[in-house]
Design a protein around this ligand. Structure first.
Ligand code: SAM
Length: 262
């Protein structure tokens, strides 16, 4: 069944994605907490612990508008610095200074992120660089970052293969690609429960909390259409990444895919 959702033509998709996130930016945090029961925080923690950020790292977080992943990366680097006396984010040489680039296609989401950075005392932090841009056509130079993350973002990209190629291009040799995304549940019993939750509860929640049922219907539909763990893994390998693997969290509700540019 297709649960009554219409297919979205490709040319409409970018426009629709833009509208979805302009509409939801303000209720974004609340909806994330409600939909995932707060678990998205732990999933993002897991993503960043896999990344193992280090002082001096050049990192790119794509679709990272609200800063959720970037702040965790900065926190992890600050913790790592405390273990190495004598180095801080502030006193490193200009060229080996830590940089966490946050790229998002939607300026509203970036504004939410910048506001949150200020609230965290990172309003003027040189290590955080906010960039409006498209995952499919990054403005960073070839082989310029050590890490690339994308959390709950790749599903919304029009040409996933182009975004993966771009990730590969900007990463240095030895650099790691990590993607956190809603994925596919296959365990019998759990799958039926999860489908019922996704197709009935989430759109209703969206309607009540943000007055926007359509955006959340789109979200659920886009999860269903997104390639499963194995297929997405092959796409990552097709882009050139090696040692591609994935980790399922909560039985595949989300998965973290990983690959290295070697
Ligand atoms: N990473 C954040 C998190 O996990 O909380 C935000 C995820 S949000 C569900 C998806 C984000 O992807 C939105 O901020 C949206 O603007 C952004 N996005 C959609 N298409 C994009 C593209 N082609 N390039 C960059 N960002 C994009």
């Amino acid at each position: 069944t297709n649960f009554g959702f219409r297919e979205v033509p490709e040319q409409e998709k970018s426009k629709l994605v833009g509208e979805v996130f302009s509409n939801v930016a303000s209720n974004y945090d609340l909806m994330n907490d409600l939909m995932s029961g707060g678990l998205h925080r732990l999933w993002k923690d897991r993503l960043v612990s896999k990344l193992a950020p280090f002082p001096g790292m050049q990192h790119l977080d794509v679709a990272g508008g609200t800063g959720d992943v970037a702040f965790r990366v900065v926190d992890a680097i600050q913790k790592a610095e405390q273990r190495v006396p004598g180095t801080t984010l502030a006193d490193a040489d200009e060229e080996d200074q830590t940089r966490v680039y946050v790229c998002d296609i939607n300026p509203n989401m970036l504004e939410v992120g910048k506001k949150r950075a200020k609230e965290r005392g990172l309003g003027n932090a040189a290590c955080l660089v906010w960039m409006e841009g498209d995952a499919e056509a990054l403005t960073l130079k070839d082989e310029s970052v050590d890490g690339y993350t994308i959390a709950f973002g790749i599903r919304n990209v029009t040409h996933i293969d182009r975004a993966l190629k771009e990730a590969y291009r900007v990463l240095r040799r030895g650099g790691r690609f990590l993607c956190l995304e809603l994925s596919h549940v296959s365990t019998p019993g759990f799958k039926e429960m999860y489908d019922a939750y996704s197709f009935n509860v989430i759109p209703r929640m969206g309607e009540v909390v943000s007055g926007d049922r359509a955006s959340y219907q789109y979200l659920v539909e886009s999860v269903r259409k997104f390639p499963n763990q194995e297929r997405f893994g092959s796409m990552i390998a097709d882009a050139g990444f090696k040692e591609v693997e994935y980790e399922n969290l909560v039985g595949g509700v989300v998965a973290i895919h990983s690959g290295f540019k070697l």
